[in-house]
Design a protein around this ligand. Structure first.
Ligand code: SF4
Ligand code: SF4
Length: 254
């Protein structure tokens, strides 16, 4: 199958009877067709979509080389086929769980004879899941709220004080190494911006405030509000505080 199907068509995947009565033997609530189309249009409208989906032979090379496919009920070939055939119900269904299995290693993109990027397409689906406030996105991101707080408020993803024995039990006997006197060890590094444990490196006020502008302008904060309102409020408070600190600092310089 190499020619691109037309753009999405209303009611292309359900009979007229199904539209009125749904599936009488299914326990699942009937999905709102307009919502499915809206989600797919968001995925399709992204500028990366046309670069990452060029056709699909259904050859399965991507799945054969995909590490996630070895461990989960997940196949990049299946995801690409859903997008290529514009199977709106299937796309929605995959967004409930399967898309979160991808490790974003892009082995699939390096192997695909059509120059598709299944990993890139999955990223677009994840972004759409966040935008539409899907439960799957909330569940996947919930354990990372501390990392998101650190990343958005400081630009650092992981700081030395977050590496504790309790947080990384899977490190086995090597975990004892993180019980070292981190503050003293960090002070010994001959680069002043690294003499901190609360961030991976010190981020100055101007940089932090510039980062906040980027998060706002690119819609990252809007996405965060959809996923975790409490975290969004905390981050807004931090941003206000740092913006005031910067203003005070600039006044002092004048
Ligand atoms: S490798 Fe490319 S053409 Fe083959 S199934 Fe995967 S996406 Fe389709
Ligand atoms: S990017 Fe995702 S889908 Fe592609 S090979 Fe890696 S884990 Fe599999």
């Amino acid at each position: 199958m190499t020619c691109r199907p037309g753009r999405i068509m209303a009611h292309a995947h359900s009979s007229r009877i199904q539209e009125f009565i749904g599936d009488p033997v299914s326990d699942s609530p009937e999905l709102d067709r307009g919502k499915l189309e809206e989600i797919f249009q968001d995925i399709q409208a992204d500028i990366r979509f046309d670069h990452e989906l060029n056709g699909c032979l259904n050859c399965g090379i991507c799945t054969a080389t995909c590490p996630a496919a070895h461990y989960y009920d997940f196949s990049p070939r299946e995801i690409v086929q859903l997008l290529w055939t514009e199977n709106l119900e299937g796309i929605y269904d995959a967004m409930q769980e399967k898309i979160w299995a991808c490790a974003q290693c892009y082995t699939c993109a390096a192997r695909c004879p059509f120059d598709n990027s299944p990993g890139g397409l999955i990223m677009l689906m994840r972004e759409a899941a966040i935008k539409h406030g899907m439960e799957s996105a909330k569940n996947v991101l919930r354990p990372f709220s501390r990392v998101m707080l650190k990343l958005i408020s400081t630009g650092n993803q992981l700081s030395p004080d977050m590496i504790t024995a309790d947080s990384f039990p899977d490190w086995g006997p090597n975990i004892s190494k993180v019980d070292a006197p981190l503050k003293i060890l960090r002070q010994a590094i001959p680069i002043p911006t690294l003499n901190t444990t609360a961030t991976a490196w010190e981020v100055n006020l101007t940089t932090s405030v510039e980062l906040y502008t980027i998060w706002e302008e690119t819609g990252v904060l809007d996405q965060l509000e959809t996923i975790d309102e409490n975290l969004f409020d905390v981050i807004l408070d931090i941003m206000d505080e740092k913006r005031e600190d910067l203003e005070d600092w600039e006044d002092e310089q004048d």
